[in-house]
Design a protein around this ligand. Structure first.
Ligand code: AMP
Ligand code: MG
Length: 415
């Protein structure tokens, strides 16, 4: 039985009600890149832990500089990494370098350029220095705890650990983080006509591009527990392959065989194995057959149509957001959409939400969405030449140039 046609919004609501983040594990920080935090990271101390110099120069007392130019005695130096043991008494100063703790008694740093030293390279060891300008207390000093106070949250639950977030964790002394596991994924590319690129190919056959597409998209999310096989359109084989895939993986992705054709065995096979179909037909073009089911053991099965662009649409509308949620990201972050002006008018009168392929172009007036139609849902070549697609609601008619549309980037990186 084919389930009713539902809107993308309704399918999204069903999906978000079903999928929860996977269990957590502790990982060394160095191995946690790309994972999402299941516990917040707190700062282990004030940052900086003491007032620090923001410049190379002289740590001094602002009151001594009021009558600048003034000459001060240089009593020593403190570099980054040396704890400040010197005191700055009236009429004296201490040579200081960026990142060093401020010595007791001092309250400002005079940059070397504002002194008779001009450059530490030229006159590194002067015993006296003339300060040419008066400064306020606190000038060129990073106050204690300016960045963050001890025990304050620096990374929230759900944060994906990219390079900058790894730096945050490292700067507050974190060795291991608590993150969600990534899903294990099994891909079954169905179709008797499919061949992979290593084998010879006949004129009646088609190269499998969906398998490599999905593998690369999941690799961008860091998913490495991944298997894929091509399955011919035979009911017995489909049954045994799906059973095996569900047994070893948390998510099974099927492409092809999901519609109502004679060789479309996917829906019945899911039902035979006890799966509960959550949705099957979505009001979307391309990509109307979009099947999502839960199996008795809790694994999720997505059935995508076979045509390469329909697969891309299904991936970015449903599958990849679900993967990101399993990995612990908040739903609000899982399906990015950019709101940008349309460069030229387009028309859509059909009864399904259209995902119109487009490129982003950055012009003087800003970034715009430029429609780039492809030759239908089988156009794998055209799909490689666009940046993504924007949404046009059913029966919309003419969408004028300049209207702000929702653009779905099809990939991690944008121009
Ligand atoms: P299906 O949904 O099985 O009816 O397939 C729709 C179309 O997509 C057919 O022309 C298939 O040959 C093509 N197709 C199915 N699977 C793939 C695949 N893995 N790679 C490239 N094309 C495919
Ligand atoms: Mg097929």
């Amino acid at each position: 039985m084919i389930e009713p046609l539902i809107t993308v919004g309704a399918a999204w609501d069903l999906l978000t009600a079903e999928i929860e983040p996977l269990p957590v594990e502790n990982l060394p920080l160095a191995e946690a890149g790309g994972r999402c935090l299941a516990e917040a990271v707190l700062s282990d101390r004030d940052l900086p832990p003491a007032p620090r110099s923001a410049m190379d120069g002289f740590a001094a007392r602002a009151v001594d500089l009021a009558a600048a130019p003034v000459e001060l005695q240089v009593t020593g130096e403190v570099a980054a990494g040396a704890d400040a043991v010197l005191d700055v008494a009236p009429g004296t100063c201490v040579r200081i370098f960026t990142g060093a703790n401020l010595p007791a008694g001092s309250d400002c740093v005079v940059p070397v350029e504002l002194t008779s030293s001009e450059s530490f390279r030229v006159r590194p060891d002067d015993s006296n220095v003339v300060i040419r300008t008066a400064l306020e207390p606190g000038a060129n000093v990073v106050p204690k705890a300016q960045l963050v106070a001890a025990n304050q949250e620096v990374l929230a639950v759900g944060t994906r650990l990219g390079p900058r977030q790894i730096a945050v964790a490292a700067s507050v002394g974190v060795e291991t983080v608590t993150v969600h596991r990534l899903p294990s994924v099994y891909v079954l590319n169905t179709g008797r006509e499919l061949r992979d690129s290593g084998s010879g190919i006949g004129r009646h056959e088609t190269r499998d591009s969906n398998g490599p597409l999905i593998e690369a998209a999941l690799a961008e999310l860091g998913i490495d527990d991944f298997r894929r096989v091509i399955v011919t359109d035979e009911l017995d084989l489909m049954r045994s392959e799906l059973r095996a895939a569900v047994a070893v993986s948390e998510v099974v992705l099927l492409t092809g065989g999901v519609s109502a054709g004679r060789y479309d065995f996917v829906p019945d096979t899911i039902a035979e194995l006890g799966g509960r179909t959550v949705f099957h037909q979505v009001c979307l073009k391309p990509g109307k057959p979009q099947l999502f089911a839960r199996m008795p053991d809790g694994s999720s099965v997505f059935g995508l149509p076979g045509n390469p662009l329909s697969v891309v649409v299904g991936l970015y509308e449903f599958v990849l957001p679900a993967m990101r949620r399993l990995a612990g990201e908040p739903w609000s972050q899982c399906r990015p959409g950019l709101r940008l002006p349309l460069a030229e008018a387009v028309e859509h009168r059909g009864g399904r939400r259209l995902m119109m392929t487009a490129c982003l172009e950055t012009r003087d007036e800003g970034t715009v969405v430029v429609p780039r139609p492809v030759a239908g849902s089988a156009d794998v070549i055209g799909g490689g030449a666009v940046d993504g697609a924007f949404l046009i609601e059913p029966g919309r008619g003419i969408v004028p140039a300049g209207e702000i549309v929702t653009f779905r980037p099809w990939g991690a990186f944008l121009p």
